[in-house]
Design a protein around this ligand. Structure first.
Ligand code: SAM
Length: 283
């Protein structure tokens, strides 16, 4: 009888690789060693990130992880990318972009505007914004700041070149916004990848910025912070919302993700502009 194949550790239950106590201790050690504070990240998503990291490097115990992370700073810098979730999409939640096009952006016609994409990941949200701005003839008047904690995501964002299998997934939300256009109008297609047309990068400044302890990047008319706070606990959400409040001009807009929940203290600072699309305005 053939031997039952050994179960690969990919099938291990992720929660078994590190306990909550070990994870908390590791986050405190990381904060002391590198000054990077993950202690108020939402526990379950952080744990999934740590498990991804341990599986990737075939680490069997948290002691391996502990010594590697704390003694090898090069390893740690790369590991940050595994701890963070970089999922994003072009025209993610198309109703948001339709609302911007058909309503919100009208008040900026003929004016200049500054926009901040906080937690821009690999850039799709930023390029979507530029496509929408061009559609509204606001492109030349707009300056975009795109920031993230992950260097790897930022590098990809700056290049703006995506594998075709990823680009294909963007077709449905794109067509909801532009039923009569095609992705080829905005991307240069190659064999296995497609690159955003170069002019969509001209007005964007990409910058590494940590929402947990860095200062505001400037004063903005619109701040996107979509699907970032879902990974933060209440303490961190308050800190980030205060930072965004400070960064918005009077009457400016904050756009959060569909799964982000505006906490009670946030509701004092930001009033709902449109419930469906999760757009708020500075109170
Ligand atoms: C799920 S992605 C969201 C991307 C995009 N905003 C969207 O909704 O499609 C979350 C991003 O937040 C970034 N992030 C996590 N913690 C951060 C922090 N403290 N400062 C800045 N960015 C952070 C991650 O690196 C990741 O790229």
């Amino acid at each position: 009888m053939s031997k039952k194949p050994q179960q690969n550790n990919v099938f291990q239950k992720p929660s078994e690789l590190i306990s909550n106590e070990e994870m908390d201790a590791l986050m405190v050690a990381i904060k002391n060693r590198y000054g990077l504070d993950f202690t108020n990240y939402e526990k379950s998503s952080l744990k999934r990130g740590i498990n991804r990291l341990m599986l990737k490097h075939n680490m069997e115990s948290s002691i391996d992880l502990w010594s590697r992370v704390l003694h090898d700073s090069g390893f740690f810098q790369k590991a940050i990318d595994d701890l963070l979730v970089n999922l994003t999409e072009l025209f993610r939640n198309p109703d948001v972009w339709i609302k911007l096009r058909d309503d919100l952006l009208d008040q900026y016609l003929g004016k200049s505007l500054n926009i901040w994409h906080a937690g821009c990941s690999t850039g799709e949200e930023v390029y979507t914004m530029n496509i929408v701005l061009e559609e509204k003839k606001l492109f030349n008047k707009a300056r975009l700041y795109a920031s993230d904690l992950s260097n790897k995501a930022l590098e990809k964002a700056k290049i703006g070149d995506y594998p075709l299998e990823i680009i294909k997934q963007y077709l449905n939300p794109f067509l909801k916004f532009f039923p009569r256009k095609q992705l080829e109008d905005f991307f240069d297609f190659h064999d296995k990848h497609a690159a955003i047309k170069p002019h969509y990068k001209e007005n964007v400044r990409f910058e590494r910025h940590n929402l947990v302890h860095d200062k505001p990047l400037g004063k903005f008319d619109i701040v996107f912070c979509r699907n970032v706070m879902i990974y933060f606990d209440e303490v961190l959400k308050e800190r980030v919302l205060n930072l965004i409040y400070e960064s918005l001009k009077p009457g400016g807009y904050l756009i959060i993700g569909y799964y982000d929940i505006m906490p009670e203290f946030g509701k004092q600072k930001f009033k709902v502009y449109d419930v469906k699309t999760r757009i708020y305005t500075k109170a």
